[in-house]
Design a protein around this ligand. Sequence first.
Ligand code: MG
Length: 534
Amino acid sequence: MSCKAVFLDKDGTLIEDIPYNVDPDRIQLSLEVTQALQKLHQAGYLLIVITNQAGVAHQFFSESALDAVEQRLHHLFKQVGVALSGFYYCPHHPDGIVKQYAIACDCRKPQPGLLLRAAHDHDIDLTQSWFVGDILHDVEAGRAANCQTILLNNGNETEWKLSPTRLPHHLVSNLAEAAEVILAVDQPPANARPGFYHTPNSAENIASQFIDSWQSFKVLVIGDVMLDCYLHGKADRLCQEAPVPVVAIAEQVDFPGGAANVAANVSRLGVNPFLLSVVGQDESYDHLQAALKQHSIQTEGLVVTTERSTLVKQRVVANSHLLLRLDQGSTAVLSQETETKLICSLFDLVPVCDAIIISDYGYGVMTPKIIQTLADLQKDYQKTLVVDAKKLSLYQFIGASAVKPNYLETLQLLQLPQQAGDRVAQLLPHQDKLLHLTGANRVAVTLDRDGVLMVEKNHSPFHLPTLPAPTHHTSGAGDTFVSTLTLALAADAPTLTAAQLATAAAAIVVTQPGTTTCTAHELRRKVDPSLCGK
Ligand SMILES: [Mg+2]
């Protein structure tokens, strides 16, 4: 019968990543790694090291120096009661200076050659085996060999060139967590609850599992609500008073806008939102209420007041072209009574919700006192809290799990000029400053056609490209992104997975005209191609 194996990258995965180290004395196993190896060994996995050793091709050391490395590893494994079943290395590099090793081989990761050789030597069933590494080349090699793959997200991957062939099945922080995933996936306990470790073996299905797990959440959305109104008509003549088109309006379509659109997105993703904001006692609110009702959003959290008129953004669309936007509504300072009502609601709702989204367009709902109240409550309750605000600097001390500025908001924050070139390259050097100025654990900079740059405290940044979409109507995509990101983070998704889900949801929305939302079902189909047509 074929064996199952766990293939382990060496540097940065099994042992500390010391470049071109072949000194046995500098090779140690940490206690955490030792315990992981013991668990995997006891569960019957062969443990095999798969390593690129380009130092041979570059003449940093001789191939024979690797014998001492292998012997050292055998010794360390044996000391803790574990067998090292194989040590496979690739000595090649196409740019090497030692002629015999300076070749484009089939064994240097991301090629799967070493895995295939080990499988042949040890009669290993690769489909029942795992590859654990710390960079995406490891993942690509593992996937090419039909193994399940785990990426240690420990900062060693810096380029994040993601593609379907480089997408890890699981993302963890260290080898101990990787061992837990392997054991839980291969031998789920009888009473396993649905969750990350007990999913079918694909990255797509892992993402899908988070969608399942957030369905029972309660999410508080607070900020500026507005009515997004589209007046559709035909324009076939010019006005006599001035050279402007005359539009014969045939239809009015209303959508929830601003924080209300965030709530609509949360609702369509299968989660019950509680919307807190202020509206006027007017006809526009009647329209907004009807639009919210269509998304099954309760309106009891909206403070209705005669001090303000409801915010409306009215667009005139003729022959599918957007001609004009008309903004109206009150942005006056809230009265003390209205502010107090919102603050009382926060005291009621924050303790019982799973996540909070702030959608602040600068129209006056998010007063300094309300922001301070949220900051105080956040200290006590530590909720997943995501901020989408025109002026992020107001939220520096709120304890945000993530903030989501767009490119221009990011430039404003960093006081940088706008540029036409590579926007990711422009922002990357400022990652620490971005984290400092926002006070957030993560900053997701949305760059529309250029995707998303994610900066996270104590982690390497990564960039996700925009997913392909047939058209680019961008209205509402930011709200979809922030809603999905919040739900995924609240469901304890790793940041990469949360960002992937949010990017996928935004890609769905940009294919649809007007301010729209993405359903949980659409998102599942997008992240799990096996569900296409279901
Ligand atoms: Mg490595």
